[in-house]
Design a protein around this ligand. Structure first.
Ligand code: NDP
Length: 435
């Protein structure tokens, strides 16, 4: 803590890993005395840079740009770019640290990284978004590459932004390579990548539920967020026979007792992906739904909860409400949405709880598949990518069970994910020497 002052999110993420990994190191001789965790918490490299651009009024604007290259022991740095006014070094270091373990869990050869800017896309015109993306990439381009560091999307960075950044990278470098993932399908993107994080989250929950002889069929599901991850979590849960009754954004949540079916989800996609609007607009078309301003959806009774918005969006009290209402399964689609107090409530009550680094790894895993397709100069079909995604999610589930199951048969997925993620990176670091 004294070496990383003013970085609460980073310290929170490190503490959560340390709590389970340190006892494991202490009973595993080959990892002792090698300063492995101490090395893992130091980024290999941090870039911070100025992003200056001109808005539609001709005014100069300045934002902060970042790229954290956290760990490259098992592959090139890989991780998303976030554009949100809350972005700072602490948030990006927490995300980069989590990413190292997550990428390790995917079974694919990817190191960990993260980046972004405090740029706020809300209310910006399309041309402003384009100029910002170009200005951001003008600096970032010198630090990344298809075999060095491969960024992707995250909050505030979707297909449109990746497209603009890819265009600028190509112009600067005069090379057509897989330097970014989440690209459009006409220039190297992979089918299923947009769906992958939300689908993967539901596939992971499906694996957890199966250990109790349960499934999504007939269950009531509460989802937070209404962005990329939330949309496809809603879609897949609904396809598997569940009724999803909520979606949210930073202004509040909507509750639709009849369930958000495919047509209603189509409308959410229109609101969010085409009009860049607010979730409360849902009521314009579906007035029977309720909009609860300024609140999060955890007070709604459900069997399964999928937090898919942002970090620390589900606290201890809300976790208690979920459990008291009979929720049996929480699978994080976002990164670190549950506070440490919330995680404690879930584990104490022995419900099925999956930390984001395991349950949302489907996004980066499919980015890894996009990289493979780019290197092969081939495109796989939807079914092929979806099948690979399902297999990867069930392999991650298996790895969590291997390292997280206790003598009574209870699976602590937090412990399982942390240790399984750690082992692969630690072994690679040991083999590569102290560098
Ligand atoms: P989007 O930008 O598409 O959507 C983010 C959603 O979260 C929006 O509904 C947004 O509402 C809401 N949100 C953002 N900040 C806040 C906040 N401070 N309080 C309340 N709501 C907020 O992002 P994604 O769906 O891509 O990402 C969501 C989460 O999933 C993030 O934690 C991300 O790191 C994680 N993730 C994403 C992956 C991906 O492939 N995209 C992969 C793995 C993890 P509003 O519009 O009001 O801001």
């Amino acid at each position: 803590a004294k070496n990383n002052p003013n970085e609460p999110e980073f310290l929170q993420a490190v503490m959560e890993v340390a709590e389970t990994v340190i006892p494991f190191i202490e009973k595993t001789p080959k990892y002792q005395g090698k300063m492995l965790l101490e090395r893992m918490v130091e980024p290999e490299r941090v870039m911070m840079f100025r992003v200056a651009w001109i808005d539609d009024k001709g005014q100069t604007q300045v934002n902060k740009g970042y790229r954290i290259q956290m760990n490259s022991a098992i592959g090139p740095y890989k991780g998303g770019l976030r554009f949100h006014p809350s972005v700072n070094l602490s948030i990006l270091k927490f995300l980069a640290f989590e990413q190292v373990f997550k990428n390790s869990l995917t079974t694919l050869p990817m190191g960990g990284g993260k980046g972004g800017s405090n740029f706020d896309p809300k209310g910006k015109s399309d041309t402003e978004i384009m100029r910002f993306c170009q200005a951001f990439m003008t600096e970032l381009a010198r630090h990344i590459g298809a075999d060095t560091d491969v960024p992707a999307g995250d909050i505030g960075v979707g297909g449109r932004e990746v497209g603009y950044m890819y265009g600028q990278y190509k112009k600067l470098r005069n090379e057509f390579t897989g330097v970014l993932t989440g690209k459009g399908i006409t220039f190297g993107g992979s089918l299923i990548r947009p769906e992958a994080t939300g689908y993967g989250d539901v596939y992971f929950a499906q694996n957890m539920l199966a250990t109790k002889g349960e499934s999504f069929a007939g269950k009531t599901v509460v989802v937070s967020g209404s962005g990329n991850v939330a949309q496809y979590a809603i879609e897949k849960a609904t396809q598997l026979g569940a009724k999803v009754v909520t979606a949210s954004d930073s202004s509040g949540y909507i509750y639709d007792a009849d369930g958000i079916d495919a047509a209603k989800l189509g409308y959410i996609m229109e609101i969010k992906n085409v009009n860049y609007g607010r979730i409360s607009d849902y009521l314009k078309k579906y007035p029977n739904a309720k909009f609860v301003e300024g609140k999060r959806p955890w007070e709604v009774k459900c069997d399964i909860a999928l937090p898919c918005a942002t970090q620390n969006e589900l606290n201890g009290e809300e976790a208690q409400v979920l459990v008291s209402n009979g929720c049996i399964c929480v699978a994080e689609g976002a990164n670190m949405p549950s506070t440490p107090e919330a995680v404690e409530v879930f584990l104490k009550n022995k419900i099925l709880f999956a930390p984001g680094k395991a349950s949302n790894a489907g996004g980066v895993a499919t980015s890894g598949l996009e990289m493979s397709q780019n290197s092969l100069r081939l495109s796989w079909t939807r079914e092929e990518v979806d099948q690979r995604l399902q297999r990867i999610m069930s392999d991650i589930h298996e790895a969590c069970v291997t390292y997280g199951k206790d003598e009574n048969g209870f699976v602590d997925y937090v412990k399982g994910a942390n240790i399984a993620g750690f082992v692969k990176v630690a072994d690679a670091m040991l083999a590569q020497g102290v560098v």
